[in-house]
Write a protein that binds this ligand. Structure first.
Ligand code: AMP
Ligand code: MG
Length: 398
């Protein structure tokens, strides 16, 4: 006789787990906020340039603006002489026209006057009487910045979905936008579970462990652009867990750690299976295998394993990509040591990077937080495909 199949998928792949979690998350709201408040957010609409940049053809240097043809052949021994007829400053343009044999003093960002087509930098000039200047080399059209050379008014310059890094924020301002549409952060409730788990700062008795998951996961949620609703800690009792889950009411999702494996006191697993709606239980990965995804009265609940390394690695490869829509960034590097494969799981082994090559690093147990914090990277070893020294591997930077 064969055992009855569970009414939900088990042993899903990492990619399936990510897709199933993303499917449970609510659609993101959009809000429009001042640029000063959106660092790190995701742009929620395309941005057009409201102006051209540069807004006028201008000088890229301090020097003089002249006609290139008047300066061709100028050298230190045979300098070109031009008559200075005025000045163009950033914010105060020269109003006349530059004629043959004439020039104006010009400064970076100042409009190029009509008639002039080239710049000679101040380092190549010397004064020649009250209204004359000598050029030790020809004026160059390459030192003119043309109107719209960076972007033109009306052009779509930034597209929805871009993370707003510092250069992109600066660009949005340069395009003329005081405020921009961004995705509203997801509100994610966070709960640690386990009778043995206590907050740091309290005395610890043998068999207890400080709650590192709340701290690590909270930092990762914030870094992923989420608002965190801290639910603290609940002991291993179905009633206490239910009460804690109910406190997550208004959140978009709940992340828990602990109590989802095969043990007798793993009540998070029981609650979701018996009273919730399970999307999957167990992922074909190590560390992190026992993770469970379900729903509780419409609230998506992702139960991470309690082992600190498991919970952080599951966050890295499943939760963050589902929350942000951005797959984990990987590099292809040469392995300096072999990495073993597991027959039926993707392995994420802790590794260090030296001289562009990755080496197996420290203890790989799911409870060994120290090696995770010291290792710079995770090497991804696909199911059943061991890595030999000298092979190229996909690496996630931590
Ligand atoms: P569990 O997933 O509940 O079976 O827990 C697996 C291991 O992770 C046990 O050794 C727990 O003591 C440990 N653990 C569970 N929750 C936490 C936590 N919040 N911080 C640190 N370790 C934890
Ligand atoms: Mg436990």
């Amino acid at each position: 006789m064969t055992a009855p199949l569970p009414p939900f998928p088990m042993h899903v792949s990492v990619d399936e787990a990510r897709t199933l979690l993303a499917a449970l998350l609510p659609d993101r709201r959009t809000e429009t906020l001042p640029l000063a408040q959106v660092a790190g957010r995701t742009l929620a609409g395309d941005l057009r340039a409201l102006v051209s940049h540069p807004s006028a053809t201008e000088s890229a240097l301090d020097g003089i603006a002249a006609r290139e043809a008047d300066t061709l052949g100028a050298t230190p021994d045979a300098p070109a002489r031009l008559r200075v007829i005025g000045e163009s400053r950033a914010g105060a343009a020269f109003t006349g026209t530059v004629g043959a044999g004439e020039c104006v003093r010009i400064y970076t960002g100042a409009p190029l006057p009509p008639g002039a087509d080239a710049i000679c930098p101040v380092e190549q000039l010397s004064d020649d009487g009250p209204d004359g200047v000598l050029l030790r080399r020809p004026a160059s059209p390459g030192d003119v910045r043309h109107e719209g050379g960076d972007f033109r008014a009306g052009e779509v310059v930034m597209t929805a979905g871009l993370p707003l890094t510092a250069p992109r924020l600066a660009l949005a301002a340069a395009l003329g936008h005081p405020q921009v549409p961004v995705l509203a952060p997801l509100r994610v409730a966070l709960l640690s579970t386990g009778d043995e788990v206590v907050p740091p700062g309290q005395p610890l008795t043998a068999g207890q462990v400080y709650d590192s998951n709340s701290v690590g996961l909270r930092a990762m949620l914030i870094e992923a652009g989420c608002e965190v609703v801290p639910l603290g800690h609940a002991p291993d009792s179905p009633e206490a867990l239910q009460a804690a889950i109910d406190r997550a009411g208004g959140a978009d999702a709940l992340l828990t750690s602990g109590g989802v494996s095969m043990g007798r006191y793993d009540f998070m697993r029981d609650l979701l299976i018996e009273q919730g709606r399970v999307s999957f239980w167990k992922v074909r990965m190590r560390p992190g295998g026992p993770a469970i995804l379900g729903g509780w009265n419409g609230l998506p609940v992702f139960g991470l394993p309690g082992n600190p390394v498991s919970s952080l690695v599951v966050f890295h490869v499943i939760v963050r990509p589902a929350l942000t829509g951005q797959p984990p960034q990987t590099l292809r590097l040469r392995a300096a040591t072999p990495f073993r494969a597991l027959p039926d799981k993707t392995a994420f082994w802790r590794a260090s990077i030296q001289d562009g090559r990755v080496s197996d690093y420290g203890q790989q147990g799911s409870g060994i937080l120290r090696s995770l914090s010291e290792a710079g990277a995770l090497v991804i070893v696909p199911e059943g495909r061991p890595v030999a020294a000298g092979d190229d591997v996909d690496v996630i930077l931590l």
